[in-house]
Design a protein around this ligand. Sequence first.
Ligand SMILES: [Zn+2]
Length: 471
Amino acid sequence: MTLRFHDSATAAVRDFTPLREGKASLYYCGATVQGEPHIGHVRSALAFDQLTRWLQASGYDVTVVRNVTDIDDKILVKAQENNEPWWALAYRFEQAFEDAYDALGILKPSYEPRATGHIPEMHALIALLIERGHAYPALDDSGDVYFDVRSWKQYGSLTRQNIDDMQAAPDADPRGKRDPRDFALWKGFKEGEPETAKWESPWGAGRPGWHLECSAMVTKYLGTEFDIHGGGLDLRFPHHENEMAQSQAAGHGFANFWMHNGMVTYQGEKMSKSIGNTINPREMLQIARPLVVRYYLGQAHYRSVLDYRPGSLTEAAAAVERIETFMNAALGQLHPDGSDYQGTLPEAFRTAMDDDLNIPAALAVLHETVRAGNTALAAADRDNAEAAFLGAVGMTEALGINPLDAQWQQGSGSESMANALDVLVKAQLEARAQARVEKNWAESDRIRDVLAAAGVEVADTAAGATWSLKK
Ligand SMILES: [Zn+2]
C-alpha cells in the first residue's frame, strides 16, 4: 500500500505525494502560551509526532515547524491580572509546554519560531495582500488592517461553509470593517495596552493578528507551498480557514494536505474548567509513568475523539507492561551480552500505518507479536522469539514507545523504589477515599497527616487524589 492521509480540505483520503522527492514538510500550530498546557494541546503535538516518525520510517527527510504564539489578547489580559510583564508570562508557559512535550518524548521540531520574532515577515504579507486587493486599513481610526473576505471567492472552502452563513469575526469593532466576517491581520495599539506590546508598522503601531502569524512563519521556513498543515480540529475554523484564505490570496500554493486531530473528552463530555471535569498533562504524569501517558494519548486513531475516564491510564499501563515484560525477557534471553540488534517492521504494521496512520490496527499487530513472542520464549523457540522481539523493537520505535529506549529509562536506578512508593501511597489514598465515602473524617484526616509527615502532598482532582513529594 502507498502512504495515504485524510485531507480535511477535500474530505478524502489521498495518496501522499511530496512536493519535493524524498522530503516532507510539516507545519502544525503550536500553543498560544497563555496558561499551562491542557491535554488537547499535548494530544495534538503527539499526533503530529507520530506522523513525523512515520514519515521518517517511510524514508522521508522531514522538516517540522511548530510555532509559539507569544503575543495575543489573552496573554495581555492574563499578564495584567497577574501583574507580570506579558513576555515573562508567555515565556514561563512556553517552558511549561516544552516540559510536557519533553516528558512525553515528542521530537523537537526542526524550527520553533515565535510570533514576536517575525513581525517584518508579517508586514510584508499584509502589504502584499493590500496590493492584491484582499486587505484594507480599518474604516475607523483603530489602526487595524483587515482581510477582505468578500474579495476572495474561495473563502469558506476549507470548512465548506457559505460565506453568508459564517460567523462574524469578534476580533474588532465591526464599524471599521467592510463585512463583519473580515478578520484582523494587524491590530492597532489601544490606550492602556503595554508599550512593549506594540510594533511600528506602515499602518500605525500595533501587533499582529493570530491567523496572520502562522501564514507568515510557514512561508519563511517551508516556502510558499509545502506538504502538510496540521492542527487540532478546533483550529479548523476560523484559524485555518483564515490562514488558507490569506496565504492563497497572497498567491501562495500553501498546504497540499490539511490534517486535523480529534479532541479529548472526559467521560463523553467536553472538558471544562467550570464543570471541573478536566485533567491536565501534569496530573496525568502524577498518576502514570510518562511512557504510559504517551501510550494512552497516542493509542486512538488521530482523527477520532479520545475519551478519558478514570481507569483509562490503568488500562494503558497494563498494555505497556505486557509489551515491556516481553521485550525485557527477550532481551535478557536473546541478547544477554548486549549484542546488537535491529528492529523490523511487519508488513501488516506498515499497511496499517500507511492507511492514514491507523494506529489502533498497528497496535493490534504489536500486541499479537508480543503474544507470539511470549509463546516462542516459553517453548524455547529462539528463532520465532527473536523475530517477535525485533518486530516489537521496530514497531515500538516507529511509535515512539520503545520501553528499552533510554528516554523511558531515566532514573531507572531508583525506578523500582519509585514504583514501590507509588503503590504504597496509592493504597493510602484509596483508604482515605473510602473513609471519605463513609464520612469518617477523623480517619481521612489521620491518613492525610501520616502522608504529610512522610513528605507526601495530596491534591484532590477531578480524576481522584494525586500525590507528589514536597519540595
Ligand atoms: Zn496556526
